[in-house]
Design a protein around this ligand. Structure first.
Ligand code: ADP
Length: 334
């Protein structure tokens, strides 16, 4: 179980629910995106038609599902939730589409993982509000066109580049979610603490925000672990110091790096003198799968400037040496 993973762990899809804001006003941060979406929804409401389809792109845990639910709620329509991997055959999607009510929001998470045939069916449905339903099997099968009421697809993807352009072109509005700056995460943590009934003293939210990798889901998860700490230690309120101690127990440091991130940086610096080192060598040194190192650790380490990828391999930056409390050879970064 990785505390700093941006994807849900354990029973989190369930516990995510209690912390979701239900109206756009309650959605924290991402001001530009909010303003755009507000205008988009207001226009649809004024025209009294379901809005165009919406695509939400960005890393896991940044609020895509939350926004989809807010859209439905703000429009006062029901939402149907599915995901790319849950739809195995085009027929699965056809039956969902043909059961939608007028105006309904259809949320498709991980939309880049829809099977090809479902993708094609989807973009026809999105464009023409029509679905061809297959009746029968084999040579005797025929397709009956079915007209659908107008509805709104909200698609979410962590890999926008993997969406075929005909599908991408069907979305009237695409929003890109970005990692949250510390100040926004602080507000988010304060809001979540209020919902969960946790009393945070000055500076405690800041300590949590620093360690949350720019990701609301991680911030909320760390907050829950801090709540555990407070309960067990009979604390009335949480001081910055308590956050530090609680999260140190989970081996999460001030920059939100966990044990594996640190192991990776240490291996580069101490075993390979700062790099460059190939991914496979590095993974072997820390005893992890290459894929885990590449997809779980590296994106954050690269983004935060601890590591760079070069054609010859991974190199630790000056910031990485410093973070480990080590001094690189003087010549190294000249
Ligand atoms: P995604 O679908 O992008 O993986 P979610 O929408 O499931 O992310 O968000 C994960 C958790 O973080 C949820 O509990 C959600 O309520 C919370 N969250 C995400 N973004 C925000 C935000 N901007 N304001 C408040 N809470 C947020």
């Amino acid at each position: 179980l990785r505390m700093v993973s941006a994807s849900p762990v354990g029973n989190e899809p369930v516990s995510d629910e209690e912390l979701r804001p239900h109206v756009l006003d309650g959605f924290i941060g991402q001001p530009r995106l909010k303003a755009q979406l507000q205008l988009f929804l207001d226009a649809a409401r004024k025209r009294d038609v379901p809005p165009d389809h919406i695509l939400l792109a960005g890393p896991p845990g940044l609020g895509k599902t939350t926004l989809a639910m807010i859209v439905a709620n703000e429009l006062g329509v029901p939402i149907r939730i599915t995901s790319g991997p849950a739809i195995q055959h085009a027929g699965d999607l056809a039956s969902i589409l043909s059961s939608l009510d007028a105006g309904e929001v259809l949320f498709i998470d991980e939309i880049h993982r829809l099977p090809r045939a479902a993708e094609e069916l989807l973009y026809i449905a999105m464009e023409d509000f029509r679905v061809d339903v297959m009746v029968g099997k084999g040579p005797g099968a025929s397709s009956i066109p079915l007209t659908l009421p107008r509805f709104t697809v909200v698609g979410a993807t962590t890999r926008e580049g993997m969406l075929p352009s005909p599908l991408r072109a069907r979305f009237g509005f695409t929003a890109h979610l970005d990692f949250y700056p510390h100040e926004e995460l602080e507000k988010l943590i304060e809001r979540s603490a209020a919902v969960l009934g946790i009393q945070l003293e000055d500076g405690a939210a800041r300590q949590l925000a620093m360690r949350s990798r720019g990701t609301p889901r991680i911030a909320n998860r760390l907050l829950r672990r801090v709540r555990d700490w407070a309960i067990v230690h009979d604390l009335e309120s949480v001081r910055p110091h308590d956050v530090k101690e609680a999260l140190a127990l989970y081996q999460i440091d001030t920059e939100g790096l966990d044990r594996l991130d640190i192991a990776v940086l240490k291996a580069i610096v101490t075993n390979f003198n700062g790099g460059p080192v190939g991914l496979n060598n590095l993974a072997a040194m820390v005893g992890e799968e290459s894929e885990t190192v590449e997809t779980v650790c590296e994106p954050y380490l690269v983004r935060e400037g601890f590591l760079i990828r070069t054609p010859k391999g991974r190199v630790a930056t000056r910031k990485a040496w410093k973070h480990l409390g080590l001094t690189p050879d003087d010549s190294r970064f000249d």
